[in-house]
Design a protein. Structure first.
Lengths: 199, 199
DNA sequence: ACAATTTTCGACTCGTTAGTCAAATGGCAT
DNA sequence: ATGCCATTTGACTAACGAGTCGAAAATTGT
């Protein structure tokens, strides 16, 4: 069996395992909360010892930070990819909201509430990123209110309402539950849009 | 100056202070999360030492438990008080939802997400209570779907969507913010009902 | 086979924080 | 004043969990 050039492969392995660590930790954080999920526990789910984790990661806080960033990166990407010149505000929001829902359901990603467990720079960056997302969504809503597709109201409240519904997903949605992810996403979009569509 | 019968007064004082402790702790939990809020810190906001707290309370976990129970008690009361024979499902839900919103905004009460920090009995009880509330709300939604006032859909998803928006309030709403509580509650009810009203 | 390097682990340290306790404080009635 | 009881405290203990480190075990290249 032919092997790929070694040094490159090594880095890849390392990176892949690092990602696995962060994913496993993220899952644990989502299920039990940051402080209730211990490093030993996370290690065990990967069949590793706690010490081994620190070969891939600098600290527990760093993991939490990356979990947050991963979600925001994915969301930023969705904001870009769902942007479409021809769509009015409502249509844009529907596409984006559906994409967000899928992201949170399908992938192991979760909007963590544990921002307060991050200190200093870490927290500042995460909050900035979150604001950026919220601002982008708010812009879409404002656009919709401008072009007449979305009912006029306070855009901030509108957005918080919608984002709240998404965040709560983490708490009750179990990937193996009997309700399919698609079904949830579809109904979320429907309920969201019905709530704000201009008459 | 005439004093009220002493022993009774004493108990009242004690009870009042106990409540103050729990309220202060609840506020801290809401702001920083259960684990990030230390007992020393909570004590300081009350001008007390940590040890004094334990004169009123058995453990930190007990405080968290009571915080949860307080909210659920208040919600149960609202479920009862907003029930009205003449209202259809949608109308009932609007009244209840508005009352919930007010509860979370006005009073120091918050739907805490930290259920996982509770162990054993404590957790079981809290989860049971939460289920009870969700079930009651779901019933109202189902009633509305039956009487034609609410659009047919999966009632569970509908409810989770709506409760999520409420839960998220804690994260962004600051009592001193520039948006008034009434304004938020009103828009929440409007957005909620528009999202589910049968056409 | 063997050396070099990556990966993993057991056993430790260290800091933090919940919780305890014996003693001090303060109000109040007599 | 004095004694009684409620309240508060400083100083302590105990437990838990993050993070470290030197050595062992895999893995890989020659």
């Amino acid at each position: 069996m032919t092997k790929i050039k070694s040094p490159f492969n090594r880095e890849e392995q390392y990176a892949a395992k690092r990602v696995a660590v962060i994913r496993a930790a993220g899952a644990a954080f989502r299920r039990k909360g940051y402080h209730n999920a211990s490093m030993v526990e996370i290690a065990r789910t990967l069949g590793l010892s706690k010490a081994a984790l620190y070969y891939y990661v600098k600290s527990k806080e760093e993991i939490l930070f990356e979990c947050h960033i991963n979600v925001y990166d994915a969301m930023d990407a969705l904001i870009t990819s769902t942007r479409n010149k021809d769509d009015d505000g409502l249509e844009r929001l529907k596409k984006l909201y559906g994409a967000f829902a899928h992201l949170l359901i399908r992938d192991g990603l979760a909007l963590l509430a544990d921002v307060d467990s991050l200190k200093g720079e870490f927290q500042t960056i995460v909050l900035t990123r979150r604001n950026k997302i919220e601002h982008a969504v708010t812009s879409i809503v404002e656009r919709g209110m401008g072009d007449g597709s979305i009912k006029k109201a306070d855009p901030k409240i509108t957005v918080f309402f919608l984002m709240g519904a998404l965040n709560w997903l983490n708490v009750w949605y179990e990937a193996d539950g009997r309700i399919s992810g698609d079904e949830i996403a579809t109904q979320f979009v429907a309920q969201m849009s019905a709530g704000i569509t201009a008459l």
